[in-house]
Write a protein that binds this ligand. Structure first.
Ligand code: SF4
Ligand code: SF4
Length: 508
């Protein structure tokens, strides 16, 4: 067992109101610099929609992430033998998004509103490019251009996650009069098997041993931009002004002192929580090769139980600080993803083993349930699958987003959420038909206990700041596992089976 610690963020999608406060907080703290204007380390997308950059989820186009080929794991980017392909493409990357896939960052000529000479017409503030400084004819794209569908079903109908949906299901998601949409906040997933790290020819990207945060060493970055191509989530960005790539740093200067990340701290809907996970780094390659239908389960398996005495003993042996062990034992991430099984990773089929988790949206499923049960909540008369089939967001769509296509993991999450809500309803109002015995029957059928439901309710509804953000301070001086070079040993800079031993000796 090679035990490592990982910071991880969770998002409760039913609670996100799409206010973009998170994105603005992140931008104000990290990306107001020249060359970084178009970067949104945190962004919020409307789903269904094309996202940012446009259709980032379409790996036929971008070739991000990993694939299993001939029994081994390799970067999708590298079609041929790794090193030859790397050399062939080092000056030209055919799969990079262009600025037209992001947007040309702009401001407005506000001064004209004050300084324009008196005239017959009202002065206007014309848009100005933040790249060229020239006036722009018109603005044609922005980072949240299709927010709330942006007035057109066009974006929704081009969502790559519509794959496998029937025409009537697509219609549910794309016709305005039937429409239901939700928001998908995104940051870098600080993956266990990061394609960005594996693709970098300069060895500039590394995953920190002590907290799993993936960073780009700005001195070592040589602007090859392989990270941009290889990351299937398109979360590294190229800074055209200084010639370096940049990405979300999980606000490590804040987390190291026990503070919540800027995006999470600012979140208006209180949809986010942050926690520590322990994982077995020896199993990364094996887990990343798991077939799609078992991938989410395999991701749960790589996480170690922080209350298991053997895990605690091993954590202490490798020098993980006591406060990290305590934080892992109270981790919202562990509970939501592994213990209660209601949170899921985003696009696990990209095989980077992303370490942020999403509680998939339920609404308006309970409304349907209530209507069908004749105005009362009646678990005995409720057929879960029947209700879930009636969701306005089809399960197939959610499975494409959060289950590597496996609908069962999504259904399990929805059923558990639904059962926990009905349990609480019975506690609060006592109006569930069949009473307590019907509710306990329902809990048994989904494998939850009343205590689990109380804890879920506490975390997703009432939790204090300290309960949502269980972030231990980092004592670098006391850690013996801090060495990021070990992660090169695990993956190599061009992926598994291509380990660059010479990097092991370099100074950081
Ligand atoms: S989300 Fe992308 S940039 Fe972030 S660690 Fe994963 S592969 Fe790297
Ligand atoms: S601040 Fe919170 S509620 Fe608002 S868009 Fe961001 S994640 Fe959603």
């Amino acid at each position: 067992m090679d035990i490592r610690a990982q910071l991880s963020m969770n998002f409760h999608m039913d609670k996100c109101i799409g206010c973009h406060t998170c994105s603005v907080s992140c931008k104000n703290v990290w990306t107001t610099r020249r060359g970084a204007e178009y970067m949104w380390w945190n962004n919020v997308e409307t789903k269904p929609g094309c996202g940012y950059p446009l259709t980032w989820e379409d790996q036929e186009r971008y070739r991000g992430g990993w694939e299993v080929s001939g029994g081994s794991l390799r970067l999708k980017l590298l079609k041929g033998p790794g090193k030859i392909r790397t050399l062939a493409n080092i000056f030209f990357q055919p799969n990079l998004p262009t600025i037209d896939d992001y947007y040309e960052p702009f401001t407005f000529d506000y001064q004209n509103l004050f300084n324009a000479p008196a005239g017959d017409d009202q002065p206007v503030a014309r848009p100005k490019s933040l790249i060229t400084g020239e006036f722009m004819e018109k603005i044609v794209l922005g980072p949240n251009w299709d927010d709330d569908m942006g007035g057109s079903p066009l974006y929704a109908s081009n969502d790559p996650n519509l794959k496998g949906l029937s025409e009537s299901q697509k219609e549910l998601l794309t016709k305005f009069h039937k429409l239901f949409f939700f928001y998908l906040p995104r940051i870098c997933n600080h993956c266990l098997n990061p394609a960005c790290v594996a693709s970098c020819p300069s060895g500039a990207i590394y995953k920190r041993g002590e907290d799993g945060i993936v960073l780009i060493d700005q001195d070592t970055c040589r602007a090859w931009r392989f990270c941009v191509s290889a990351c299937p989530y398109k979360k590294p960005y190229y800074n055209w002004a200084n010639g370096k790539s940049e990405k979300c740093i999980f606000c490590y200067p804040r987390t190291e002192t026990g503070q919540a990340n800027a995006c999470a701290h600012a979140c208006t809907g209180r949809i986010r929580s942050v926690g520590v996970l322990f994982y077995d780094a020896d199993r990364i390659e094996e887990i990343a090769k798991t077939p799609d239908e078992r991938l989410v389960e395999a991701m749960r398996e790589i996480l170690l139980d922080p209350c298991d005495p053997k895990v605690v003993e091993e954590a202490k042996r490798v020098g993980i600080d006591e406060n990290w062990i305590k934080a892992a034992q109270n981790s919202p991430s562990y509970n939501l993803f592994k213990k209660w099984r209601i949170a899921l990773p985003n696009h696990p089929e990209f095989r980077t083993l992303p370490m942020n988790f999403y509680i998939p949206p339920m609404s308006p499923i309970l409304h349907n349930a209530k209507a069908d049960a004749g105005g009362t909540f009646d678990p005995e008369n409720m057929d879960f699958f029947h209700q879930i089939d009636k969701m306005r967001v089809p399960v197939r769509f959610l499975a494409n987003l959060f289950g590597a296509g496996n609908e069962q993991v999504v259904i399990e999450s929805l059923k558990r959420q639904m059962a926990a809500r009905l349990y609480r309803r019975q506690q609060r109002f006592g109006d569930v038909a069949g009473g307590n015995s019907a509710v306990s029957q329902m809990l048994n059928s989904v494998g939850l206990t009343p205590n689990d439901c109380d804890e879920i309710y506490r975390l997703v509804s009432l939790a204090t700041f300290q309960e949502r953000f269980v972030i231990p301070e980092t004592h670098r001086e006391a850690q013996s596992t801090v060495d990021p070079r070990l992660m090169y040993e695990k993956r190599g800079t061009v992926g598994f089976g291509n380990k660059k031993k010479e990097l092991i000796g370099r100074q950081w």
